[in-house]
Design a protein around this ligand. Structure first.
Ligand code: ASP
Ligand code: MG
Length: 413
């Protein structure tokens, strides 16, 4: 008999019919003898609706009052699910964040969990109850309601699983797992059986928006096995854990991630001398603009060209800053380009396999794609390319690394 934390997102509890389906699912687990703690989001669209109401009253509502308001969405679904379970003869109790006592700091609308009191939950579990907890919310030490940031129910689920030392934290959603890449771009994209926390973080931050990033970080830190599953289709989903899949069956690359959220800035003809990089990036940082990929080249005339990427939304501000810097440094020109994309191959297997980078670059060369910038980390290689080649690049890399093939086939070969 194991203890499982199950989280159902907004679309999974988006109507009474859906809530009934969730209740069916939960009661099957309970009937199998598992201890079950369920975390629910608000009905889909509800959090946005509540935020809209707030803005009808006040342009900038106090964060404390925002939290009182938006936390109500999750309280509705906990009660409805507990009722649906009771109707099925399953003993169930709903709790909001402060009743459990999910203690957070006081950073309203983006609070962090400090501590979870598990006494009450353990007592209920021992007495055979299914516990239904409101996701996304907690309480600060003065009793004020707090929320954990959009998508925060994932974090609630992982934190509860960690506190209760659950055997698994299951995240039910509207996809059946984590894919090798976006199936809308590559037909042959395949559901991964298993992926590590580190890989998932790299994939998630690049747009495989299955899970809140903070929840994955939390799960990694406390080693909580996470499983992403479809709410209403049966299947094994994708297990996210510390371990790599069986060495023999592990492909070097877990997946191809990409995004179109960045833009590129180049400052040309800067005098090549100590302190230049900090004179350029210092003011950018001071403007609270995050820089991602950086490349610097030295030309023969003792000047240097300096290129970096920022979030696309920050481009106008970054360009303004850079134009000022260019005057100060006597640079020749500033160029901005928002039509770029970043494509990355991700996989912990890179640590022990060389040649991934050269395979990536030759796959791109084969289809005539020019690489503008390159950056690497231990488990990721990213390139910046022209946005119009993004889909071609992803497809080429996906097939070059044979991600469309089942890994077990390879092991057998
Ligand atoms: N209802 C909250 C949101 O929409 C929390 C969640 O769904 O995870 O952000
Ligand atoms: Mg959500």
């Amino acid at each position: 008999m194991s203890l499982i934390v199950q989280k159902f997102g907004g679309t999974s509890v988006g109507s009474i019919e859906r809530i009934e389906q969730v209740a069916d699912k939960v009661s099957r687990f309970r009937a199998d003898g598992h201890g079950v703690v369920v975390v629910v989001s608000a009905m889909s669209g509800e959090t946005n609706r509540l935020i809209g109401l707030a803005h009808e009253v006040q342009e900038r509502p106090l964060p404390r009052e925002m939290d009182v308001l938006v936390s109500t969405g999750e309280q509705v679904t906990t009660a409805l699910l507990a009722m649906a379970l009771d109707k099925r003869g399953v003993k169930a109790k709903s709790y909001n964040g402060s009743q459990v006592r999910i203690l957070t700091d006081d950073a309203h609308t983006k609070a962090r969990i400090r501590e979870i009191d598990d006494a009450r939950l353990h007592a209920d579990l021992d007495a055979g109850y299914v516990i239904v907890v409101a996701g996304f919310q907690g309480v600060d030490e003065h009793g004020n309601i707090t929320t954990l940031g959009r998508g925060g129910s994932d974090t609630t689920a992982v934190a509860l699983a960690a506190a209760l030392k659950a055997d698994e934290c299951q995240i039910y959603t509207d996809v059946d797992g984590v894919y090798t890449t976006d199936p809308r771009v590559v037909d042959g994209a395949r559901r991964l059986e298993q992926i590590t926390f580190e890989e998932m973080l790299e994939m998630a931050s690049m747009g495989s928006k299955v899970l809140q990033i903070r929840a994955v970080e939390f799960a990694g830190k406390y080693n909580v096995p996470l499983r992403v599953l479809h709410s209403f289709q049966d299947g094994p989903g994708t297990l996210i854990s510390l371990e790599e899949a069986n060495e023999m069956e592990t492909p070097t690359i877990a997946g191809i991630a990409f995004n179109r959220d960045e833009a590129k800035l180049t400052i040309l003809g800067v005098p090549d001398m100590p302190g230049v990089a900090s004179k350029i990036l210092g003011p950018v940082g001071e403007a609270n603009i995050e820089v991602d990929v950086i490349v610097q080249n030295v030309a023969e005339d003792n000047t240097t060209d300096f290129t970096f990427t920022v979030g696309r939304v920050d481009l106008p501000r970054a360009e303004e800053v850079l134009n000022r810097v260019a005057v100060e440094l006597g640079a020749r020109e500033v160029r901005a380009d928002s039509k770029i994309a970043k494509v990355s191959v991700v996989g912990v297997g890179m640590r022990s396999h060389s040649g991934v980078a050269s395979q990536m670059f030759s796959a791109l060369a084969d289809v005539g794609i020019n690489i503008q910038m390159i950056t690497t980390s231990e488990i990721k290689i990213s390139v910046i390319i022209d946005e119009k080649f993004l889909e071609l690049a992803v497809r080429s890399l996906h097939s070059s690394f044979e991600l469309d093939k089942e890994p077990t086939d390879e092991a057998a070969a």
